[in-house]
Design a binder for this molecule. Sequence first.
Ligand SMILES: [Zn+2]
Length: 511
Amino acid sequence: MILGNGVVRTMDPSLPTAAALAIAGDTVAGGVGTHERALPSPERVDLRGRCVVPGFTDAHVHFPTWALARRQVRLEGTRSLEEAVARVGAAASSALSGGWLRGCGWRSADWLPAVEPTRHALDPVTGDVPAALWARDDHSLWLNSAALALARGDLGTGVVELDDAGEPTGLLREEAAWRFRERYLAVGENETADAMREGIRVAHARGVTAVHDKDGWLGAQRIWQRLRASGLLTLRVWQSLPHERLGELEALGLRSGIGDDWLRIGYLKLFMDGTLGSRTAWLLDGSGVAITTGEELAEVVRRAARAGWPVAVHAIGDRANREALDAFEATRDEWHPRGLRQRIEHAQLVHPDDLPRFAALGVACSVQFSHAPSDRDMADRFWAGRTAHAYAFRSLLGSGAVVANGSDAPVEELDPLGGIRAGVLRSLDGRDAWHPEQSLGVEEALHATTVTPAWLAGEERRRGRLVPGQLADLVVLDRDPLAVPPEELAAVTVVATMVGGRWVHNPPPWD
Ligand SMILES: [Zn+2]
């Protein structure tokens, strides 16, 4: 097949653009002019001036959670507790009798007045139906009394918010929230698989051809494998597992990368701290929640390296990032010679002294461009005086660090073009750019969404660029994002998506 008469952005410095692209089977055969005559009766697709870029990778997504969240009560954009309760109430009356009322997306910092939600606010609209509503950052869980009653007072470790009488308010944070989910909120595998099938279609429509999934702790790998066996897996998946499973991996002798071009088990995930929105980010000023200390992380990294596994560690606050970097530094002799590609997820607030350490140590930052404009008001409030080195993508890239971009969906929408826009414009709502000195160029943002994630997965020779021998994973855009003025970026749209030489969204011909 030959895609011709357009602009092909290969993302390879040796030949950045071509007018056409030849594809043979599932791989890129070459730029046109060299190989097309070698192909027997090639099918020709007229791009009519459209632009082809490598398929997008979302380097941080909770895919099953996002796919299921698409079916829940969505509380994004609510401006007050009352508005959130009203949305829940509308869903409660139209939905289920038995079972759970599920929702997500609330953020109390966005509410006026800024109050924390309680079970008492929910009970009148939900009655006896247990309700579980996740905060947008997935680190706080808002329950009603019926849901809370299921735990019979056993809420375990983590943060359990209490009222003046010492009773749980219905708000659980961090490990308390996650434990509650494991015990009471598990969704059946059939329903999850079904939601993921729909999710894959939506992802393709947004140009996504690969994901770095973070829901290994939910058993995502089992469901991906099931989709793969049914021929329904058309996304390439680099899967995390919770670091608590390391002992089992050691026992089985499994190493990072096991799998095939579609699904690989890649890395171990753990958490240093909480989040900005839940005010649990671990900061140098002493505030926040430490989930893992630097010494504990060093232990995990060392043991994981010996077993052949890299680590992705969630670190939001400046203390969390420093401790994580300390741990990678202390263990570098173990992981660096083994070529393991370590990563810090989010790296939202990094002290200037620590900024150059990512590049110096060779630890990648797996960030989310869309978090910057989305979090700006909270960051200005909670991290006042420190936002000059928050979401410091330009400084990180400038220091030589490897920067990959993801959405953290369902925290932000799974939408790579939106992410690229956020990285370039640092504003998504018409306001002036937030810390514009940290803006990226379109090409840099695109690089972080295509080339870098493939490298993180150890697949830089297989995908991420449109050069001969790489998998034909690509997106057709209606115009060239590198050639439009910034204000026109919002108009760039996905026309079609191809994975492994097959159209998975909107096959040609196009008007
Ligand atoms: Zn996440």
